[in-house]
Design a binder for this molecule. Structure first.
Ligand code: G3H
Ligand code: 13P
Ligand code: ZN
Length: 343
């Protein structure tokens, strides 16, 4: 093992999820690919005193380089401390949609504190096998693992699914028992990307399936992917300033608020951030066609992103104000020393 995440001041998801399940809130899981996104996430979470999961997708690893991303996460810990006068906020570095054992292993060896192994596209037995393999490796280093059952509609990396395959409640107990995962992503009507549903549709999260699942694995941490709401004001700004996004709506924030009060303890949001950033940049260019310094347009984009994340933490996930109790649960701030893994 090369790098221990605890030495970087990061933490795994265990204490975060325990507090989130008990407290009826969800930990925000925001994707990042560059410095401005990371700054917006951290400054929003410090200002709202929220724990946070920084997510790195396979696409982000390709785009930004995994070494840089890991150092950025380490930088995020220090940045959070600087912004908050020393304490920081609980930060987890998580691999989003890990495609296979090798990628998960590479991230674990590289200082990630949590990984997702996405075996949802495999037949059930193969999903169990690859997930259990990742768990066995990850747990040696106290890295937590998210598995997935069911398939979300939408686009993620290179995988596109036209239809949902809802998670079958009858499978969850067996899957959790056989794999030893720490959390389970489920498919109950959310969907990846900015084009989830057509205007006029009334998308509902299948809270009945969620309830069924909770009965079978009480208190077990549940994860919702594809939870962007596709803010219509941002789509409008984009299209009024030269964009050509087709009409679409996302998952209602009221639905997500309800889910966050249940065993759903991690909510993944990426597309809404992309829309907010793009809207701010398009507007800036339309108003300042003569400007060309990237700081001039990336600055307002970063501010728009920060405002979005603060809104999500305060009004949707309910994670604001929960940083301190998570630090207390792990016995101090994130820089508590290495787990003794021999790194
Ligand atoms: O679920 C996928 C996330 O939104 C990451 O997207 O693979 O384009 O980085 P990406
Ligand atoms: P959205 O596309 O709805 O933002 O979902 C992101 C996600 O699930 C990342 O894993
Ligand atoms: Zn996802």
């Amino acid at each position: 093992m090369a790098i221990c995440y605890k030495d970087l001041g990061l933490m795994n998801t265990r204490a975060m999820f325990a507090k989130a399940v008990d407290g009826g809130f969800a930990i925000p899981a925001y994707n990042f690919n560059n410095m401005e996104q990371m700054q917006a996430i951290i400054s929003a979470c410090v200002e709202t005193q929220s724990p946070v999961i920084l997510q790195v997708s396979a696409g982000a690893r390709k785009y930004a380089n995994q070494t840089l991303l890991r150092y950025m996460a380490q930088g995020a810990v220090e940045y959070a401390k600087e912004l908050s006068g020393g304490k920081g906020v609980p930060i987890c570095l998580h691999l989003d949609h890990g495609p296979d054992f090798e990628t998960c292993k590479a991230c674990i060896d590289f200082g990630f504190s949590s990984v997702m192994i996405d075996g949802s596209h495999h037949p059930y037995e193969k999903n169990v096998e690859v997930t259990a393999q990742v768990v066995e490796y990850a747990h040696k280093y106290d890295v937590t693992v998210e598995g997935e059952l069911g398939v979300l509609a939408g686009i993620e990396d290179d995988v596109t699914a036209a239809e949902h395959i809802y998670t079958q409640p009858g499978e969850v107990e067996d899957f959790v028992g056989k794999t030893g995962v720490d959390s389970l992503a489920i498919s109950i009507g959310t969907s990846h990307g900015a084009f989830k549903f057509k205007p006029g549709q009334d998308p509902k999260i299948r809270l009945d399936i969620l309830e069924e699942i909770e009965k079978r694995i009480p208190g077990f941490p549940i994860v919702l992917h594809g939870s962007s709401s596709v803010p219509q004001d941002q789509v409008k700004i984009i299209n009024e300033n030269g964009g050509k996004l087709k009409d679409a709506i996302g998952i209602g924030e009221d639905q997500l608020r309800l889910a966050a009060k249940s065993a759903v303890c991690k909510i993944n949001i990426d597309s809404d951030g992309r829309l907010a950033m793009t809207a701010a940049i398009r507007k800036y260019f339309a108003e300042h066609p003569d400007h060309f310094d990237p700081r001039q347009y990336l600055g307002p984009a970063r501010e728009a992103l920060k405002a979005l994340y603060m809104h999500k933490n305060n009004e949707v996930l309910g994670s604001s104000g929960h940083a301190e109790e998570i630090f207390r649960a792990i016995g101090g701030c994130g820089a508590g020393g290495c787990c003794g893994c021999g790194a």
